[in-house]
Ligand binder design. Structure first.
Ligand SMILES: C[S@@+](CC[C@H](N)C(=O)[O-])C[C@H]1O[C@@H](n2cnc3c(N)ncnc32)[C@H](O)[C@@H]1O
Length: 386
C-alpha cells in the first residue's frame, strides 16, 4: 500500500470508530475485508488510527470536521504531509476541497488544544494543578514499550543481550531495577525467545516502580485482590512473595496460569467465596478498576468515552474494593491502593473516605506519578492496619 492509501484506510476505520465501534473491532473488521494488506501496512494504519484518537479534537479542529477525513486532514496538516498524502493518486484520498476549511490550532479553546473532553478539564486542573497541561500534552503522544525483566531468572543486562540477539534493542530505565525501554523492533517482543522463556513481560515502568516501592520480600503473604491478567501479581511473585490472586471476574485471570508458568513462579488463585476463609495477609494490593486517565495514550478511545456517570460508578467500585479488603489484612499488615488514574476523585478522595469509615487504618504514604516519557500516570497509596 502507498502511504496515501494507508491514510485512506485510517479514514475508513476512524469513521467506523466514530460510529461507535471499538478501535480493536474496527481495525480487525478492516483487516478482514482487506486481506491483501501486509503486516507493515496494518501496523502503519494502526499507528495512524491511534495517533488520530489521541489528538482527535485538535486534528478535527485543524482539518475542519470531526469525521475520519477531517481528522486525518488535521493530522497530516499537523505533520506537514498533507499535500503528499491527499493527492488522489491510486488509493490515496482526494485533495482537500475548497470548503474543507481548517482552523489555526492557536485559536482553539484549551480543551481542544489539549485533546480532552471539556468536562474533564476541572478534574485535571483540580488534581494536577499547574502540571495539568504537561500531563495532557504527554497523553497526546505515543507511549513507549517497556519490559519487566524477571530478575528471578536473569539479570537485566543478560535479558537485554538475549533480546538484542532477536533484533530488539533496549535500554535500562534509571531508578527502576527491572525495567527496560524497547527502542527498536518493539513489535517483535511477543515472538522473542526472551518473552517465550519468561525472562521478560510487558509492563509499564510506573507499575514496576510501584511494586518496587512496596518492598515485597521473599515469603511475604500477599493478596492481589484485583488481579486481572496478573501483571502486578507476577511482579510481586518475582520478588519471592507468596502471592494469592483474586478477581471479582475470574475470567479476567485466565492468562495468569500460563504467564506464571512461563515466569517460573507459583500463584494461587481464589474465588470471591473462598476469600472469607483465607487467613489475613501481610499485604493486600487493591489495583482498583479506574478511568485509566494516566494511561490514555495507550487507550485513547477511553478518553472520549468516559462520562461523568461512569466516573461516579468507578468511584463506587473503588470504595467497594477497599471495603472488601479490610478483613483480609492482618493486624500490623499493609493495605496498598493503586489506580492508573491521575484524578483526585479516584485516588486521595477514595483513601480519605476509606480511612474515615474504617478507622483501623493509618495512612503511611501516597504518591502520584504523572504520565511522562518513561511511564504512565499511576497512583499508589500505602496504609497500615493497626
Ligand atoms: C486495573 S484492573 C487490574 C489490573 C491487574 N492488577 C494487572 O496488573 O494487570 C482492575 C480489576 O479489578 C477487578 N475488580 C473490579 N471490582 C472488583 C472487586 N470488587 N473485587 C475484586 N476485583 C474487582 C476487575 O475485574 C479488573 O480485572
Amino acid at each position: 500500500m502507498t502511504p496515501g492509501a494507508r491514510i485512506a484506510a485510517a479514514i475508513e476505520i476512524l469513521d467506523v470508530i466514530l460510529d461507535g465501534a471499538s478501535p480493536e473491532k474496527a481495525l480487525t473488521g478492516w483487516g478482514r475485508g482487506h486481506r491483501f494488506a501486509g503486516s507493515k501496512d496494518r501496523a502503519a494504519i494502526r499507528d495512524h488510527v491511534f495517533s488520530a484518537l489521541r489528538c482527535r479534537a485538535s486534528f478535527a479542529w485543524r482539518g475542519g470536521a470531526a469525521t475520519g477525513r477531517g481528522i486525518m486532514l488535521g493530522a497530516t496538516q499537523a505533520d506537514g504531509s498533507q499535500d503528499a498524502m491527499f493527492n488522489g493518486e491510486g488509493h490515496a484520498p482526494r485533495p482537500r476541497d475548497a470548503d474543507e476549511i481548517g482552523r489555526a490550532i492557536e485559536d482553539a479553546p484549551r480543551d481542544v488544544r489539549l485533546d480532552v473532553p471539556e468536562w474533564l478539564l476541572p478534574h485535571f486542573d483540580g488534581s494536577l494543578g499547574e502540571d495539568a497541561d504537561a500531563a495532557l500534552t504527554a497523553l497526546q503522544s505515543r507511549a513507549g514499550v517497556f519490559l519487566r525483566v524477571n530478575l528471578r531468572k536473569v539479570t537485566r543486562e543478560k535479558a537485554a543481550e538475549i533480546l538484542a540477539e532477536d533484533g530488539i534493542k533496549t535500554e535500562p530505565v534509571a531508578n527502576v531495577s527491572s525495567a527496560l525501554h524497547v527502542i527498536e523492533n518493539e513489535r517483535r517482543v511477543a515472538q522473542s525467545r526472551a518473552y517465550a522463556g519468561g525472562l521478560v513481560e510487558l509492563q509499564d515502568t510506573s507499575s514496576q516502580a510501584a511494586i518496587e516501592a512496596l518492598k515485597v520480600t521473599a515469603g511475604l503473604r500477599v493478596l492481589d485482590l484485583c488481579a486481572g491478567g496478573g501483571g502486578k501479581a507476577l511482579a510481586m511473585a518475582a520478588f519471592g512473595a507468596d502471592v494469592t490472586a483474586h478477581d471479582i471476574d475470574p475470567g479476567r485471570m485466565v492468562d495468569l496460569a500460563p504467564r506464571a508458568e512461563r515466569a517460573g513462579v507459583e500463584i494461587a488463585t481464589v474465588t470471591t467465596d473462598q476469600l472469607a476463609s483465607c487467613d489475613p495477609f501481610d499485604l493486600v494490593l487493591c489495583d482498583a478498576p479506574c478511568s485509566g486517565s494516566g494511561t490514555w495514550r495507550r487507550t485513547p478511545a477511553a478518553k472520549w468515552a468516559l462520562t461523568p456517570e461512569r466516573l461516579i460508578e468507578l468511584t463506587t467500585m473503588q470504595d467497594d474494593v477497599l471495603g472488601s479488603a479490610v478483613d483480609l489484612v492482618r493486624a500490623g499488615g499493609t493495605l496498598a491502593y493503586a489506580t492508573c488514574s491521575v484524578f483526585e476523585v479516584e485516588n486521595n478522595e477514595r483513601v480519605q473516605l476509606f480511612i474515615e469509615r474504617s478507622s483501623s487504618f493509618d495512612l503511611v504514604s501516597s504518591h502520584l506519578t504523572m504520565p511522562h516519557a518513561r511511564g504512565d500516570g499511576f497512583y499508589l497509596c500505602v496504609m497500615k492496619r493497626r
